[in-house]
Design a protein around this ligand. Structure first.
Ligand code: KIV
Length: 284
């Protein structure tokens, strides 16, 4: 029997029962299959695809078409987890109607269950319009990478009373606008805990402490695909990148030594059949 699909009601019930919610990013089908099989509750096709797999310096160049392409790939790998597509920079900021139309494309053209967008303040009105169009929305506050320059770089947010107050006000406004989940990035742990207790909707933290209703990590960070820069909030559960590099080095070594492919990786036909085949071939 297929596992019961996670929906918004399940996630809200989990918050009510104090059961932590898991979220991991994915950008392709095999990773989505792996996350689903591992029992992850929600999968986010983050615009982090830009810097994590497409080689951009940040998330800003990522386009709607790229997001839809990766969301479709993840859709094909998921049966149980709730799928969230991340709205890329300038797909919702400029215009309300454009925001609703682009949000709708994630559901209509890519099979997402919900969309995520960054920011409070003027973005609250966008969230309201998208929800009114019947599209489930996840908010994102704290360090919002699409506006990192404006926030003074990739730094912890909500460390003074004024900015903590702004985050709390924005979170309550997003909830009132109809957001069903909130991602909270890079804030002091006590603020993460406070927001989780003040909001009815689940708060999913990334660098927001263990008091949140759930946690999200970028898949490539979690499994250690790259050994370089590691933010404080990342825990590498394995060193997949090192294991993959070793495998490729061994492959190169074996190809160069003609040790690969071995007989078990090779197709063969009986010698007599081969001789007949050669006879039938034109001579040089
Ligand atoms: O784009 C992304 O992957 C995200 C998560 C880090 C929350 O927004």
């Amino acid at each position: 029997m297929p596992a019961k699909k996670i929906d918004i009601v399940t996630l809200h019930k989990m918050k009510g029962e104090g059961k932590p919610i898991t979220m991991v990013t994915a950008y392709d089908t095999p990773t989505a299959r792996l996350l689903d099989a591992a029992g992850v509750d929600t999968v986010l096709v983050g615009d982090s695809v830009g810097n994590v797999v497409l080689g951009y310096p940040d998330t800003l160049p990522v386009t709607m078409e790229q997001m839809l392409h990766h969301t479709r790939a993840v859709r094909r790998g998921l049966e149980r987890a709730l799928l969230i597509g991340d709205m890329p920079f300038m797909s919702y900021q400029a215009d309300r109607a454009e925001a609703v139309r682009n949000a709708g494309r994630f559901l209509k053209e890519a099979g997402a269950d919900a969309i995520k967008l960054e920011g409070g303040g003027p973005m609250v009105e966008r969230v309201e319009a998208i929800v009114q169009a019947g599209i489930p929305v996840v908010g994102h506050l704290g360090l919002t990478p699409q506006s990192a320059t404006l926030l003074g770089g990739y730094r912890v947010q909500g460390t003074d009373a004024a900015s903590a107050r702004r985050i709390l006000d924005d979170a309550l406004a997003l909830q009132a606008a109809g957001a069903f989940l909130l991602v909270l990035e890079c804030v002091p742990a006590r603020l993460g805990e406070l927001l989780s207790s003040r909001l009815d909707i689940p708060v999913i933290g990334i660098g927001a402490g263990s008091g949140c209703d759930g946690q999200v990590l970028v898949f490539h960070d979690l499994v250690g695909i790259e050994a370089g820069f590691k933010p404080k909030f990342v825990k590498r559960y394995t060193q997949a990148g090192a294991a993959m590099k070793l495998a490729v080095e061994q492959y190169c070594q074996e190809v160069r030594a003609r040790a690969f492919p071995a007989p078990e990786h090779t197709f063969s036909i009986p010698e007599e059949e081969f001789q007949q085949l050669v006879k039938a071939l034109p001579r040089e």
